[in-house]
Design a protein around this ligand. Structure first.
Ligand code: ATP
Length: 222
């Protein structure tokens, strides 16, 4: 155990397109006792009622993007960003450093575990892969993604396709992957894949394979 280290020996970045099944897969790792750090959840907490990002967001965009209970009004923010392309970048400039700090805090808190998983929806798009030892991509056909999100969110096909159009392509994501979880089938097909990866990650740590043959360069900041 590396109790004094500031992070687990192995840090896995988990990503995938919208509706690919990131949360479903991450939860299966969680059920095996693996610490999960969910950057989407962190973003929601930062922008919830009284969230630490809300004062800066209010100062930047004014009260129209703040809901009555104090949370970020996502619909209002989306509408504002639609008419002002720079708005999304200004929001990200506030949120991303805060997400990074909280992610690092949670990674440090998991330092005594052999490995931890950080779920980052836009990992491939964000040019941030270097801080992870390995990247696991949850993959399924694009049509399956579209159908799942239409069903889950009650959105029309065109709206889901518009979201997909601004994400990395399936091929780009697979090219960045060290490991792939195939979630194109039944949820029941996930367990064996997750357990196989879990055994593999534990073996990396146990055998010290990482130190002899690092799958990815480590980020000196983490
Ligand atoms: P998002 O990017 O939108 O946060 P996600 O990648 O985390 O999504 P999930 O929330 O895990 O994906 O799954 C998307 C939807 O598809 C959910 O409603 C989930 O229950 C369903 N789902 C996930 N995997 C499967 C599967 N193998 N078969 C059928 N439905 C599935």
């Amino acid at each position: 155990m590396n109790l004094n280290a500031s992070r687990p020996l192995l840090l896995i970045g988990l990503t995938g397109g919208i509706g690919s099944g990131k949360t479903t897969v991450a939860n299966r790792f969680g059920a095996l006792g693996v610490p999960l750090i969910d950057t989407d959840l962190i973003a929601h907490q930062l922008t919830g009622p009284g969230g630490p990002a809300m004062p800066a967001i209010g100062a930047e965009f004014g009260p129209s993007v703040i809901a009555a209970d104090g949370r970020l009004d996502r619909d209002a923010m989306r509408a504002l960003a639609f008419g002002d392309p720079g708005a999304r970048k200004r929001l990200e400039a506030i949120l991303h450093p805060m997400i990074r700090v909280e992610t690092d805090r949670q990674v440090s808190a998991a330092a005594s575990s052999p490995y931890a998983i950080v779920v980052i929806p836009l990992l491939v798009e964000s040019k941030g892969p270097k801080r992870f030892d390995r990247i696991v991509v949850v993959d399924c056909p694009v049509d399956t993604q579209i159908e799942r999100v239409m069903k889950r969110n009650g959105l029309p096909r065109a709206q889901v396709e518009a979201i997909l159009a601004v994400q990395a392509t399936r091929a780009q994501r697979l090219a960045a992957a060290d490991d792939v979880v195939d979630n194109g089938g039944e949820p029941g097909a996930l367990q064996a894949q997750v357990e196989a990866l879990h055994r593999r990650y534990l073996a990396f740590v146990k055998d010290g394979a990482l130190l002899q043959n690092p799958p990815r360069e480590r980020d000196s900041q983490t």
